[in-house]
Design a protein around this ligand. Structure first.
Ligand code: 0GY
Length: 307
């Protein structure tokens, strides 16, 4: 059961039977000063449920995490832009994300979840609203058996839109999944380092399967979620070698993000300021930091600004 540290009884408190934690109530101001223009390339908005109800088929009900709280956090951390990723709890209703993008004054873009039957007009509306990719989730605890046929049809539907596909899987599933994922067209972005098994180490077979995918230049990866992957806990020393390997081996195809508001976290809730302070540990030079935080996400999400 939960170990809630904040907001008990408030509108943002988890439901009484929730087994996850609410986001950090007062993140520290990071010691690391990110370069101007830095992008948080993986975060979410949830609700508020009164305006944007959660999907009936969801596997969890998150705390309300509205756009204004995300933008306040962005400014507090010194970041400039957000890529808002549609999470399973909102299903294929991308309204909360689109509303947040619309209110960001051009400082947010999105990754949507759509059905294979999505009308062309809706795809156009999503594009106009700032969406630049779709997410295919393979986590059994979030989607049951991944609807692979639907994913193939969606990939066909978005062909030619300049979008990419974000894939969320666990590395121990990759031996089975890799042929399917490799057969997807276009640019493919791997969520959360491919969720390696930290206990198995950076040279493990499972992480090497993730690195093998990355040898194909169509693949990108997010060096995100130390809090989700760690065995040791904060300050996430055990995750640093994984992030560093990705940043150093694939400096032009790696992204960073907060994953705020950290849905489904049960062990502890990270201090988002401390997550920013991990950046120089995985990207030790200014050149690597600029690529990770600016050049790469801008190329993927705001290519028109990098012409
Ligand atoms: C994340 C991670 C999670 C949730 C989702 O779509 C989702 O519901 O992505 C998770 O539970 O691992 O990307 O923030």
């Amino acid at each position: 059961m939960n170990q809630h540290t904040q907001s008990a009884g408030s509108k943002s408190a988890p439901p009484a039977d929730a087994d996850y934690l609410p986001f950090h109530p007062a993140p520290s101001r990071p010691a690391f000063k990110v370069p101007a223009g830095a992008v948080d390339a993986h975060c979410h908005v949830f609700g508020p449920a009164a305006l944007f109800p959660f999907a009936p088929e969801r596997k969890y009900t998150p705390v309300d995490a509205p756009a204004e709280t995300l933008f306040t956090l962005r400014d507090h951390l010194g970041l400039s832009r957000n890529v808002i990723v549609q999470a399973t709890c909102h299903g294929t209703d991308n309204s909360a994300m689109l509303d947040a993008i619309a209110r960001s004054e051009g400082q947010a873009r999105g990754v949507a979840v759509v059905s294979p039957m999505v009308p062309d007009a809706e795809l156009k509306r999503l594009h106009a609203g700032g969406v630049r990719g779709v997410r295919f989730n393979f986590l059994k605890r979030l989607v049951g058996n991944a609807p692979k046929d639907a994913y193939v049809r969606i990939a066909d539907r978005i062909a030619g839109m300049g979008w990419h596909i974000v894939v969320y899987f666990e590395s121990h599933e990759l031996e089975d999944l890799a042929p399917f994922i490799r057969a997807l067209p276009g640019t493919i972005v791997i969520d959360h380092k491919g969720r390696p098994d930290l206990a198995a180490g950076v040279d493990s077979v499972t992480f090497s399967r993730v690195l093998d995918l990355m040898e194909d230049e169509r693949f990108w990866i997010k060096a995100t979620c130390p809090e989700r992957l760690t065995v040791a806990g904060p300050p996430y020393d055990d995750v640093v070698p994984f992030g560093r390997r990705l940043v150093e081996d694939f400096p032009d195809r790696v992204l960073w993000g907060t994953d705020w508001p950290h849905p489904n976290m049960t062990s502890h809730m990270p201090d988002d300021g401390a997550l920013v302070d991990m950046i120089p540990r995985i990207a030790p030079s200014e050149d690597l930091q600029r690529k990770l935080l600016i050049d790469n996400p801008m190329r993927l999400y705001w290519p028109e600004e990098r012409a």
